[in-house]
Design a protein around this ligand. Structure first.
Ligand SMILES: C[S@@+](CC[C@H](N)C(=O)[O-])C[C@H]1O[C@@H](n2cnc3c(N)ncnc32)[C@H](O)[C@@H]1O
Length: 198
């Protein structure tokens, strides 16, 4: 599901980029470590700040990234034009990832799976495209936030079948992942490091 006008503005500004770099990415780094090479995928890349983080902070060699919203991919193209030898972008859907099985060493989710009605299909797709031994880095928004009356009024998210922290972890395990590390705050935001064991 694409963002409404309010969230589109909230996701496309320097404050959002600073929070993603200084708080979300650092937390995932402390939990799951750097990639130090290898091929990464970012689902729901927005305007491309996450791709820069994956290249420069997590030190992936290359990053593929896609977003459902062509306006976001256009912004990412423009932002990342000087990195085009290491970055490949397209418009796509996380429930049908356009990649062969076992393609990636790492997959990153900076807060997008909660936008997907059939979110379990996206988790299954991420497992499919990871190589055995690959790692999933996820920062997610939980039911406590999605169903809060204030955020329901301001934002547009699917409302049915939303997950809490334990349910998201259970879905990861059900898809075949081993959850190595996880934490959550206020039953609203969760962080997960999950491996596809060899
Ligand atoms: C909350 S924004 C996060 C954007 C970016 N990851 C960030 O952290 O700034 C969620 C993004 O997911 C995208 N999105 C929603 N459903 C999607 C899907 N099924 N497949 C891929 N991207 C999707 C939206 O277009 C939006 O750019």
């Amino acid at each position: 599901m694409k963002l409404n006008a309010f969230e589109f503005v909230a996701m496309n500004n320097p404050l959002r980029a600073a929070i993603q770099r200084r708080f979300e990415a650092r937390r995932l780094m402390r939990m799951g470590g750097a990639m130090n090479g290898g091929r990464a995928l970012e689902i729901g890349c927005g305007r491309g700040v996450g791709v820069e983080i994956i290249l420069h902070q997590f030190r992936a060699q290359t990053v593929d990234a896609f977003d459902l919203d062509p306006r976001m991919v256009e912004r990412a193209f423009s932002r990342l034009r000087n990195l085009k030898d290491r970055v490949n972008l397209w418009v796509g859907d996380a429930t049908k990832i356009e990649a062969s099985d076992a393609t990636y060493d790492g997959v990153f989710d900076f807060g997008i799976i909660h936008h997907i009605p059939d979110w379990r299909a996206a988790v299954g797709e991420i497992f499919r495209v990871l190589k055995p031994g690959g790692r999933f880095y996820a920062e997610e928004v939980l039911r406590g936030f999605i169903l809060h009356p204030l955020w329901r009024a301001l934002l547009k998210h699917p409302q049915q079948d939303r997950y809490d922290h334990e349910e998201f972890k259970a879905a990861l395990a059900q898809s075949g992942f081993t959850v190595l590390c996880d934490n959550q705050i206020w039953n609203s935001f969760g962080w997960y490091i999950a491996d596809k064991r060899e």
